[in-house]
Design a binder for this molecule. Structure first.
Ligand SMILES: O=C(O)CCC(=O)C(=O)O
Length: 286
């Protein structure tokens, strides 16, 4: 059965986001949670981040504070199967067509009692492509209520201006300026709360972010960015990363599709300098 009705596809094109309450089946979520818990347990023995576990401030063995597992698909078979062959690839196909690449994946933890704010931003400036169809599919690995810092999106903002994500001096901030935030319509802000397994989808131009998690509960959000194969990445940031930019459905296409709208570029991070949005905002891959 398809994930989306034609109406839902139209809503995505209009609003730049979707929230699917009836998301991933519990047994599959259990597998992903089990994989996630393995990383949390392993983090107890860490005092510094490793390539697969990025620690947050205040982390210790008794109270693990994880920021992120970057490129989840590279680090655990359950995540690999989910991101490369799982049901969200079907969802991506319904929105993007038959030829799809996975650009990257990540698991944002937002640990309870301190998980940091992610300031308002758009994603595409972190990893520009030749057009604006790339999107990110999120899956909550726990019930997420308003206290737990759900992701917030500004409906329709994907049709608005594209920020440079730089300050007045031109320095990269990875987030919208105060003036750009002030120009957003608060009436269009939607907080995407959802049950364990619920799915979020947001377009690469949709303004989104989340507050600090002041609850005692962790808010794990598993994110996968997919692009149609005719959206060609303009930077090489994922080149050396396992499963970076890998085709997950269909095959390569003969032509790049180019948008008429220029895309602001990030600093030149070279190839493979994969890092997290937290260190960018509080620099690199969104
Ligand atoms: O984890 C979140 O709440 C937001 C994730 C996000 O904005 C991103 O990683 O680009």
């Amino acid at each position: 059965m398809p994930w989306l009705t034609e109406t839902q596809k139209d809503v995505y094109l209009r609003d730049g986001y979707l929230l699917l309450e009836e998301g991933i089946e519990p047994a599959l979520i259990d597998e992903l949670v089990q994989a996630m818990n393995g990383f949390v347990e392993r983090s107890r023995g860490l005092t510094a981040s490793t390539p697969d576990i990025l620690l947050g401030p205040g982390h210790n063995a008794d109270r693990p504070m994880l920021r992120r597992i970057p490129q989840t698909v590279a680090f655990h078979p359950a995540f690999e199967a989910f991101g490369l062959r799982g049901p969200i690839v079907d969802l991506a196909e319904e929105l993007l067509g038959p030829d799809i690449r996975l650009h990257h994946s990540k698991l944002n933890f937002k640990s309870g009692g301190g998980g940091e704010e992610i300031k308002w931003h758009q994603d595409i400036q972190f990893w520009p492509h030749s057009n604006y169809d790339p999107l990110t599919i999120g899956v909550y690995l726990a019930d997420v209520d308003h206290e737990m810092s759900p992701m917030g999106v500004f409906a329709g903002s994907h049709q608005g201006p594209i920020s440079t994500l730089r300050d007045a001096s031109g320095a990269w901030t990875g987030s919208l300026s105060d003036q750009e935030v002030a120009a957003l319509d608060p009436g269009r802000l939607r907080w995407l709360t959802g049950r364990r397994g619920a799915i979020t989808v947001h377009n690469c131009r949709t303004v989104h972010g989340s507050k600090a998690n002041l609850s005692s509960r962790m808010r794990p959000l598993l994110l996968h960015t997919y692009a149609p194969c005719d959206a060609i990445p303009l930077t090489r940031i994922m080149d050396p990363v396992k499963y970076g930019n890998v085709i997950v459905r269909g095959g390569p296409v003969a032509y790049a599709r180019m948008s008429d709208t220029p895309c602001p570029m990030p600093p030149d991070w070279g190839a493979g300098d994969y890092s997290s949005i937290f260190s960018v905002q509080q620099e690199k891959l969104g």
